[in-house]
Design a binder for this molecule. Structure first.
Ligand SMILES: NC(=O)c1ccc[n+]([C@@H]2O[C@H](COP(=O)([O-])OP(=O)(O)OC[C@H]3O[C@@H](n4cnc5c(N)ncnc54)[C@H](OP(=O)(O)O)[C@@H]3O)[C@@H](O)[C@H]2O)c1
Length: 261
């Protein structure tokens, strides 16, 4: 069966990817910053699950994880899923940050985790992927990385997150062009708005979250609100499974097109 590395597998969509891929009989290497702290991973009993420590802002830990993965798989990897992310809940606008240092901190965290992270991870696993039979890389982005949606909705917040997710689309394109001739398929995907938060947001965020929902609904009047992780991951895997090298470099939604909701 194919081998998958799922990055950021401790909770949320990453954990759901692990569950659905194991249910199909795949070999899954789940990367987590603190594996022992992940109640979700600890609870899974499956001989095809291998949990490996890695922090995607630490290139040495990624190289070590790739080396451990090679021992598990015999030296190859079929599919990499870049799922981990820094998700900022700063609803200040870029023009009105609480302070310059707070704005830069948000932008740097987005850049380091959401842009450099997938690059360091992909490059660490590339030698294994080159020996794999599928040569597919899925990178989780967001509709908030599409300037057209953000402009039309009027949303002005989560600056570090939006900027980093826009940049990761170009990262995906660069990889696609660099490696198309080797038969690689790179797909960036948005999961929709998905209920992954483990705790309720702080009360002071609620008016901003409500306004953001209204802004999304102004662009997508049919939108019924957030979906559950199983629906989102099932849809994304359906899209990804049907993606071929001819699609490499595309950025689509869980619906398989540029409709984000
Ligand atoms: N949920 C949504 O509505 C939504 C919408 C659009 C896009 N997305 C995208 O979908 C992906 C998954 O989202 P989610 O909602 O499942 O996020 P989440 O619940 O916040 O989980 C984030 C995951 O990333 C891991 N992570 C963060 N920084 C890391 C690092 N430096 N090294 C390794 N792992 C790290 C976290 O590990 P720890 O447990 O160690 O913190 C956790 O497993 C992200 O790329 C996100 O941007 C989500």
């Amino acid at each position: 069966m194919p081998s998958y590395v799922v990055v950021g597998a401790s909770r949320g969509l990453g954990l759901e990817f692990v569950k659905q891929l194991l249910a199909k009989g795949n070999v899954v290497i789940a990367l987590a910053r603190k594996p022992a702290s992940s109640e979700g991973l600890v609870a899974i009993q499956d001989k095809n699950l291998h949990v490996v420590q890695a922090d995607i802002v630490d290139s040495e830990s990624l190289k070590k994880a790739a080396s451990e993965t090679a021992q598990i798989t015999g030296g190859s990897l079929d599919v990499l899923i870049n799922n981990a992310a820094y998700v900022s809940y700063s609803f200040h606008t870029i023009a009105d940050p609480p302070s310059e240092s707070a704005l830069l901190d948000d932008l740097n965290k987005g850049w380091n985790t959401n842009v450099l992270g997938p690059i360091l991870t992909t490059n660490a696993f590339l030698p294994l992927l080159r020996k794999g039979s599928l040569k597919k890389i899925l990178t989780l982005s967001s509709g908030l990385g599409d300037p057209a949606l953000v402009l039309e909705s009027g949303f002005a917040g989560q600056v570090g997150y939006c900027v980093s997710k826009a940049a990761v689309e170009m990262v995906n394109v660069q990889y696609a062009n660099a490696l198309k001739h080797e038969g690689f398929t790179f797909l960036a995907i948005s999961p929709g708005v998905v209920k992954t938060a483990q705790t309720a947001p702080p009360a002071e965020f609620l008016p901003y979250i409500q306004k953001q929902g209204e802004q999304f609904a102004s662009v997508y009047p049919h939108w019924k609100g957030p979906i559950e992780p199983p629906e989102s991951v099932g849809s994304m895997l359906g899209v990804f499974d049907n993606t071929t090298v001819a699609d490499s470099g595309k950025f689509v939604s869980h619906l398989g097109n540029r409709n984000w909701l």
